[in-house]
Design a binder for this molecule. Structure first.
Ligand code: IMP
Length: 432
């Protein structure tokens, strides 16, 4: 398989960054297709941590093309900060190129002002967003009033679009939320500087990707967030505002759907969620606290505490169906070490007492569902040094096998620690 798509099978934060970083070694092009700086990918290389919010995680490898696709929403200030940070630390490889789609929509100050105002004024349902303006930017895209990278670069178009948008958004800010208005001229001056600095990176990235594919180059599509945060298929309304499933990899980068390739679902050995919304296997006890502390389950973007719970196969199976997942990358297995009895949720009991293996679309029903667990024996031995699946404790192997049986998909990789090398590789998805 020449191309590989990576997506999260849960509510995000599955450890995609590390897997993308590993697979980036074999890829020529690494492309993000949705989301924005609501994402946060943590990578540890030689003990040093890097967190990326916008730039594809493959950026640390030499001789790569990194793409921020048309489906991504871009905060230019954050993007420039990431580029500057990499340059200052001297870790930007000399022959790696970064491109931003000219069709990617730009996150503007009124987007995060509206995002925060909505969440704090309690007019609607509180989603617990990251406050980065993601939802309002996608709203403008769909409403056909958004500012794209190509508009930002065109002085006249930018000025006109900005003025119209600020007029409308100031109405909401001042009249609905009783907040201070924004100054269109100040935003114009600030964003002109970003435009000049980002100009060399802005390109027809669909063309770049298709040319690369024609030359037989390997593409890695890097998903952000997780399947259950998908705007169509997630636990609506407690979702993000983009399609996180693999079907969007082509649309969000401008290549055909037949090119998405192998689909690797990243599955954390337990479940976490940030923000509001139902979470059937959530643990509010000492085990939940242990998962949070040992797994460092604090948001990479907002620093918020992540809610923690047992592995929920109902969620994972739905992701497999939605994205045509061909292999599982099981992450953070080491975090479970030392827990005496482990539980996997295999189905839900509905409020009517029925057994279901699917995720109810109605959030009220999902919140009332009771998880049905299978219990497995835990293990005590440190597994972080293990590089061969056969050398794992028998209970650890049993946990992996049971997960695979319940999911109906085999693992391609098992991560036993945060470091690049703390990985058991079972199959390279780029090779068949
Ligand atoms: P938004 O994407 O900022 O609009 O937030 C919508 C919901 O998605 C909130 O519950 C966020 O906590 C969640 N969310 C967004 N990005 C991520 C992520 O990268 N990891 C986990 N949750 C996320």
């Amino acid at each position: 398989m020449a191309n590989v798509t990576i997506i999260g099978t849960q509510w995000g934060d599955e450890g995609k960054g590390k897997v993308v970083d590993l697979y980036a070694q074999d890829a020529d092009v690494i492309a993000r297709f949705q989301g924005g700086n609501n994402a946060g990918h943590t990578i540890v290389i030689k003990g040093e941590q890097s967190i990326f919010h916008l730039i594809p995680s493959g950026i640390l490898h030499d001789n790569k093309i990194c793409i921020i696709g048309n489906g991504v929403v871009v905060n230019p200030k954050v993007l420039l900060q990431e580029i500057d940070g990499l340059n200052q630390r001297g870790v930007l490889p000399p022959n790696t190129k970064l491109y931003v789609s000219e069709k990617a929509h730009v996150i503007m100050p009124y987007h995060w002002r509206l995002d925060i105002a909505r969440e704090s004024h309690g007019l609607g349902k509180k989603i617990g967003t990251t406050g980065r303006g993601i939802g309002p930017t996608y709203e403008d895209k769909i409403a056909r009033v958004g500012i794209r990278m190509c508009d930002l670069l065109d002085e006249q178009v930018f000025r006109e679009k900005l003025a119209k948008n600020v007029e409308e958004k100031n109405f909401y800010l001042t009249k609905l939320f009783q907040e201070e208005p924004l100054d269109s001229e100040a935003i114009y001056r600030e964003y002109r500087i970003y435009a000049d600095r980002l100009r060399p990176y802005v390109a027809d990235t669909s063309m770049i990707m298709n040319e690369a594919i024609k030359k037989g180059k390997k593409i890695l599509f890097e998903g952000a967030q997780g399947s259950h945060l998908d705007i169509d298929h997630g636990t609506y309304p407690f979702v993000t505002s983009s399609n996180t499933v693999s079907g969007n990899a082509g649309c969000g980068t401008g290549v055909g759907p037949s090119l998405v390739g192998a689909v690797i679902g990243i599955c954390k050995a337990y479940t976490t969620r940030v923000g509001g919304g139902p979470f059937p296997t959530e643990l509010s006890d000492a085990i939940g606290d242990k998962l949070r502390e040992v797994g460092h389950e604090y948001g990479a973007t907002t620093g918020r505490k992540r809610r923690c719970g047992w592995l929920d196969i109902v969620l994972v199976r739905q992701s497999i169906r939605l994205s045509g997942i061909t292999g599982i990358a099981l992450t953070k297995l080491d975090v479970l070490t030392g827990i005496e009895k482990l539980k996997i949720c295999v189905g839900y009991r509905t409020p009517q007492g029925e057994f279901t293996e699917s995720v109810p679309s109605n959030p009220r029903l999902l919140a009332q569902c009771e998880p049905i667990y299978e219990e497995l024996e835990g293990w005590k031995d440190d597994i972080t040094k293990t590089r061969n699946i056969g050398e794992l404790p028998s209970n650890t192997r049993r946990y992996i096998e049971r997960l695979e049986e319940l999911a109906g998909v085999k693992s391609v990789l098992v991560s036993v620690g945060a470091g690049r090398e703390e990985t058991i590789v079972l199959k390279n998805p780029f090779i068949g």
